[in-house]
Ligand binder design. Structure first.
Ligand code: SAM
Length: 398
């Protein structure tokens, strides 16, 4: 029998988790569900959208996933036993997409064309070509997907690419919702503000084209979440992997990274704090500024000074391990990675996912951090899928 850690419910996410467990078995057996979802997952990476769909409690199948990266594709295959189609999405053709008979598209296109601090070439960046190709394909399909979900970085909401996407969807009669939210609003002690679009084809008589473009539509706080104060979030120690001192040293931040960054501040968090910053794809490398928080493991009372970086050297600074980042991103990691001895409020997502998550041994540490930095918060997406895209509580869509 699989052993689990005992976990207290954290206010928001765990109660959702419990209701999801019930919904999961309900939806697995729910013969009343009117339509079987057939999903295409574009830019699938390590499968954040796939896990989110599983955690949303809806019934359906990911019929194909697409990504160009062989490392993340091997991780995806390792966990789901499905090999993503290794292809450039820019060159996918209508016929190919049509052959899957899908009614739902989930996607997180590359964020580099829109990232703050980047060149912001937007639709002129070659990395936007995949998304633009999918936008062009949409109106050419005999049966366009009934549901579309898009995740991207903050700033996408002011991009020309978004404008093109919204215009196309509006012309085709999609009903849309956009949100800018972060996992801390969902009870998870990690900041990762992101843009989300939920679009679905309404019943024909409900479609009012052009209405969305003219209306005030932006980024309302989702009405299904309760306001949570930062102090109510579980401490980071609840997300800590059960590591020996020796194992922990694998993640130590090298002294030269700290000293090199003379006078620059990076984010240091203690285990009893309730928030860490967004992990990017450069986390774990020598790029230490703005790529994610470091965990302090010693000398908690010591006063340190960024102007004297030597004072930082004995704080036992380490990177969050890949498994810890995965858990903060709500991936359903296996029990054996977690600290079983404590009463953690970190939800056990493996109980509501059909598939668990682990890295294949062949993936290097840097590749793991990169894949996680590119991925998404599974719980946030699951909740938006459930409450907004599929409007699970609305009987029309059950
Ligand atoms: C923002 S990440 C999405 C990650 C994913 N949601 C996850 O959970 O891991 C973008 C992904 O798109 C892939 N990608 C970027 N451009 C692509 C293209 N033109 N064709 C296919 N895949 C592409 C990258 O390899 C990367 O895995």
């Amino acid at each position: 029998m699989e052993k689990g850690i005992k976990r207290k419910n954290s206010k928001d996410s765990s109660s959702e988790l419990d209701s999801n467990k019930q919904k999961k078995s309900k939806s697995d057996n729910n013969e009343e569900t009117k339509e079987e979802l057939r999903i295409l997952e574009f830019f699938c990476g390590i499968g954040g959208m796939h896990y989110a769909f599983e955690q949303s409690g809806m019934k359906g199948t990911v019929v194909a996933s697409f990504d160009i990266n062989v490392n993340t594709n091997s991780c995806y295959q390792h966990n789901f036993n499905i090999k993503p189609v290794t292809t450039i999405i820019d060159s996918l053709k209508v016929e190919k997409i049509q052959s899957y008979k899908a009614n739902c598209w989930l996607m997180s296109p590359p964020c580099q064309p829109y990232t703050r601090g980047g060149k912001k070439l937007d639709d002129e960046d070659r990395r936007a070509a995949g998304l633009l190709n999918l936008i062009n394909i949409l109106p050419k399909l005999d049966n366009p997907p009934k549901y579309i979900f898009v995740e991207n970085v903050v700033n996408f909401e002011v991009s020309r690419s978004r404008e093109k996407l919204i215009k196309q969807l509006d012309e085709m009669g999609y009903e849309m919702n956009e949100h800018l939210v972060t996992p801390t609003q969902f009870g998870i002690p990690n900041d990762r503000a992101r843009y989300y679009l939920s679009a679905r084809l309404p019943l024909k008589e409900k479609a009012v084209r052009g209405k969305y473009l003219e209306s005030e539509r932006f980024y309302r706080e989702p009405n299904f979440i309760n306001k949570i104060e930062e102090s109510e979030l579980p401490p980071l120690s609840d997300y800590r992997e059960d590591l020996t001192k020796e194992e922990e040293s694998k993640y130590s931040v090298p002294d030269e990274y700290i000293l090199k960054r003379y006078k620059f501040r990076f984010d240091i968090v203690k285990p009893d704090e309730n928030k860490c910053s967004c992990f990017t794809k450069a986390y774990g490398s020598h790029h230490v500024i703005g790529t994610g928080s470091f965990l302090q493991t010693e000398k908690f009372d010591k006063k340190y000074d960024f102007d004297n970086p030597e004072t930082l050297l004995d704080l036992g600074l380490r990177f969050f391990s890949p498994n810890e980042v995965a858990l903060l991103h709500a991936f359903p990691i296996k029990y054996e990675f977690l600290n079983k001895s404590k009463d953690s409020r970190a939800p056990d997502y493996s109980t509501i996912s059909k598939h668990t998550f682990s890295f294949p041994e062949t993936m290097t540490q840097i590749q793991r951090y990169k894949a996680l930095g590119n991925s998404l918060n599974v719980h946030v997406v699951a909740m938006l899928l459930k409450h907004v895209l599929f409007n699970y509580d609305n009987k029309d869509f059950q």
